[in-house]
Design a protein around this ligand. Structure first.
Ligand SMILES: Nc1ncnc2c1ncn2[C@@H]1O[C@H](COP(=O)(O)OP(=O)(O)OP(=O)(O)O)[C@@H](O)[C@H]1O
Ligand SMILES: [Mg+2]
Length: 478
């Protein structure tokens, strides 16, 4: 059985108490930079050296990535006019009746038009009386901005207590979502944000004055019960990001339901995810009263801008060689390599380092602030290749990621294909219309079967890739 299933990873993460001092609780605490500080300058000279060495890769980078993968706002505009695209919109942000401060924030983030989920969900979330919502939309299509705008629109800044609560499955994701609240609300300074995450040590008896709280479920429960920092009965909007894992028995069901039971009966509920397994979907409909529903058809779940490939290898060592062959192509932009267990992730990172390849490892053994520093360095492009387990599979938004490699295909606790995790993992690339590659390593009959099952589930072809042929990759990236 997997030693680092999703739940285990997340539980451990919740349990890990960082030694960091109390984070500043304010709307613009620059939390991520505080957390990233320790790791920021450490390898600077190494990086500079590496940058100089890597001129060839740099020119390819320019050719493939800047032109084709990252800087594609023109293409986004086109997609937003294509009714078949998840980025399609018929409305402007003005037509969504946002507060002027928020409209200002949206444009300051460089958003020109809403995506399909934003323009569909926002009117439902801003309606009077508020309507509950269960919403599915593909990875990287802007769900965060949708529910962040709903929260920012629904607070009363004169009331100095938490009114909107958003829970996320991981510490890193809670921080990332907080950052979006900070950016989107930058012209609405009366609204404050607090992070209910383990690293943020709070004194019992103090009262949170921020109107919006974002956190992981364990800490949120502590803030309600043990520390009594906020009153659940005053929460008016409850958002579950990655909602399917938040309410799945294999995920955070217990904690999410405990939170839910403490909230007022008429608390507005908003559930968002790129995936909802059938059983989770029906459970969600039972828990959320009279919801509006935005649901994708199965064939709409995968994105055409993410091309999916597989490489056949004989064993783990062979997979390692294949990854090394791909390293040059991966570092053209950035890549995430997913492994099934922490042990394999650590082994792969060690082997790659021995070969002289620079890689970062996101491992459960790290303290939370170190984990945040790893993600931050990756986000800033200081690390080009991140080796991770499923803990990084959901929500993390790093736009330059152009390749996702499944070193191991995702399996659930019973060893069956985990279609949902597959979709979330490959969704770390191809953000908001960008092009991306997903490369799956298969090594034995079982993994061939898993791959076929995933292919069948999404009814989307996964083609064979010849690793020796780097031109092939160039062709794909073009
Ligand atoms: N209207 C918009 N115009 C331009 N860019 C946008 C817009 N909305 C969101 N984005 C950008 O798209 C990227 C992906 O958004 P986000 O992280 O919210 O996706 P998501 O739907 O939550 O994906 P996932 O299912 O992987 O969590 C972000 O970098 C965000 O800044
Ligand atoms: Mg998201």
């Amino acid at each position: 059985m997997a030693t680092d299933s999703w739940a285990l990873c997340v539980d451990e993460q919740e349990e890990t108490c960082g030694t960091m001092e109390t984070l500043q609780i304010s709307r613009r605490p620059a939390v991520t930079s505080v957390l990233a500080k320790s790791g920021k300058d450490q390898n600077k000279s190494d990086e500079e050296e590496e940058e100089e060495e890597d001129k060839a890769a740099q020119s390819l980078h320019n050719k493939l990535i800047r032109n084709k993968l990252v800087n594609n706002s023109f293409k986004v505009e086109i997609l937003q006019r294509d009714p078949n695209s998840p980025l399609y919109s018929v409305k402007t942000f003005e037509e969504l009746h946002l507060k002027p401060q928020l409209l200002h924030g949206v444009y300051a983030m460089g958003f020109n038009r809403p995506s399909k989920i934003q323009e569909t969900a926002l009117p439902m979330m801003l309606a009077e009386p508020p309507q509950n919502l269960i919403a599915q939309s593909q990875s990287g299509t802007g769900k965060t901005a949708a529910f962040v705008l709903a929260m920012l629109s629904n607070v009363n800044p004169d009331n100095k207590w938490p009114q909107c609560l958003c829970i996320s499955p991981t510490y890193e994701l809670a921080l990332q979502t907080g950052k979006v609240v900070e950016q989107m609300g930058q012209f609405y300074p009366e609204v404050k944000l607090a992070y209910a995450i383990r690293a943020n040590k709070m004194q019992k008896g103090s009262k949170i004055q921020a109107q919006i709280v974002i956190g992981t479920p364990g800490t949120v429960l502590d803030w309600f019960n043990k520390l009594r920092l906020m009153d659940p009965k005053m929460i008016r909007v409850f958002v579950l990001d990655e909602a399917d894992i938040m309410i799945a028995t294999s995920g955070h069901q217990d904690q999410s339901l405990r939170i839910h039971r403490m909230l007022p009966k008429d608390c507005h509920m908003l559930l968002f995810s790129a995936t909802f397994e059938e059983s989770v979907w029906s459970f969600a409909e039972r828990v959320v009263p009279d919801p509006n529903i935005i649901r994708l058809k199965r064939e709409e779940e995968t994105l055409d801008n993410i091309k999916q490939y597989y490489i056949f290898c004989r064993n783990k060592e062979d997979k390692f060689t294949a990854v090394c062959n791909l390293y040059g192509a991966m570092t053209i932009a950035q890549a995430i390599i997913f492994c099934h267990t922490r042990r394999i992730a650590a082994w792969l990172a060690g082997q790659m380092s021995k070969e002289g390849h620079q890689v970062a490892l996101l491992s459960g053994e790290l303290a939370v602030e170190q984990r945040a520093a790893v993600i931050e360095r990756f986000r800033e492009g200081k690390e080009k290749v991140l080796i991770a387990t499923n803990v990084c599979s959901r929500g993390i938004d790093v736009e330059q990621v152009s390749v996702v490699i499944n070193f191991d295909l995702p399996l659930d606790k019973d060893g069956n294909p985990d279609n949902e995790t597959y979709l979330h993992r490959i969704g770390r690339t191809g953000r908001f219309g960008k092009r991306g590659l997903a490369i799956n390593m298969v090594e034995n009959e079982h993994s061939v079967e898993v791959l076929k099952a995933i292919e069948k589930h999404f009814n989307k072809m996964i083609s064979k890739l010849d690793t020796d042929d780097l031109n092939e990759l160039e062709k794909i990236a073009n």
